[in-house]
Design a protein around this ligand. Sequence first.
Ligand SMILES: Cc1cc2nc3c(=O)[nH]c(=O)nc-3n(C[C@H](O)[C@H](O)[C@H](O)COP(=O)(O)OP(=O)(O)OC[C@H]3O[C@@H](n4cnc5c(N)ncnc54)[C@H](O)[C@@H]3O)c2cc1C
Length: 363
Amino acid sequence: MPPAETSGESIAVIGGGISGLTTALHLQEQGYHTIIYSREMVQPPGPGIPDPAFATLFPAACIIPHSVEMPDLTGVFGQSQEVFDSLSRLPGTGIRWQTHYEFGAGPDFPDPQVRVVLRDFRRIDPNQTTPPFRYLQNEISGWSASILFAEMAAYIPYLMHRYRSCGGEIRQTALDPESMDRIRCDGIVNCTGLWARRLFMDNSVYPVRGILVLLEGTPFPPRRGKPILSYNYTPPPEAYRYDVYFFPRTDGWLLGGSREVGTYRPDGTPEFPPFPVEMTDGIPEPILGLNATLLTDLTGVDLRQFRRRSFAGYRPGRTGGVRLEAASELDRPLVHNYGHGGAGVALSWGCAERVAEILADLL
Ligand SMILES: Cc1cc2nc3c(=O)[nH]c(=O)nc-3n(C[C@H](O)[C@H](O)[C@H](O)COP(=O)(O)OP(=O)(O)OC[C@H]3O[C@@H](n4cnc5c(N)ncnc54)[C@H](O)[C@@H]3O)c2cc1C
């Protein structure tokens, strides 16, 4: 994207996750001088056990929006998809196209909200014999499309390098309202995800926990000589109340399948409802069982032979959806950009472009 006329105005971007990093990079390339202020950066990873509230440590990362709402979701996602598409043509970005399936039990699995901007969108033919659908016992319906996918292990270093190369600065520090007031800048962009609750007193943010299982040493691509594919499968609700998914990555096959909506206790710690299904080593049985059925038939590989690591992260949910707007809480222009749920990567470029438009009107 060509840089806009240099404005020289300085912008403090609070938060070094995918929203903050992409927004700062976009603004920097538009001619602003940006500094990211962040308690933690996704790269290099901090020591010890990763904080589940730092969402950018956890995405799968498919470039389609899930578990999120916002006005003009399709427009924002479409903008993002265009940028990711251009990145997929550059070496070293970690961005690629692949075929993705979303399907569920029963005849009426819905089309996605962003259907009109998805490439190669088609309804699944219930009679088709292409894997993985013929192996499920129950009737299924759904859709497939070509989607973009971000290998975060390559994509984050690419973004960091591009940001620093065009003069972007990073200060690793935790801000509170007083220290935020002392920053010398012409405008502030808030990209603090779940922490907007503390820093900007927004009680409408809440964590949506996702449990992930990474199988190590798995073949990539998963089907020798065949295109890469991924899926989300929603079983009958009596079997499991969430979807289970499979995303092959270069660091292993990633299995997922929980979207537990949490609340905060009075002391600020998150709390989640008890899991209604059997767990194996902290992993809900369907994540392993249903995926094993699908993947054994799809790839001929028994996933139980691989070493697995499981972990959980919190998607930054928000009642009312993504907050992407100007606000007047501070003595200078402030734009909020947080609450991206399960779609912070997918929406990152579209939201960054909207932030730039809002700032241009304010400054
Ligand atoms: C299991 C799981 C799977 C997912 N899969 C996908 C996927 O496939 N595709 C997709 O698009 N999305 C996915 N997501 C969602 C995605 O990870 C999030 O939407 C996204 O990472 C949110 O990024 P963020 O930058 O807004 O917030 P965060 O990554 O949480 O970043 C917040 C930043 O703010 C900083 N900060 C907070 N408070 C302060 C303070 N006081 N001072 C300074 N800095 C502060 C933090 O240090 C951090 O750097 C998934 C999430 C989970 C948990």
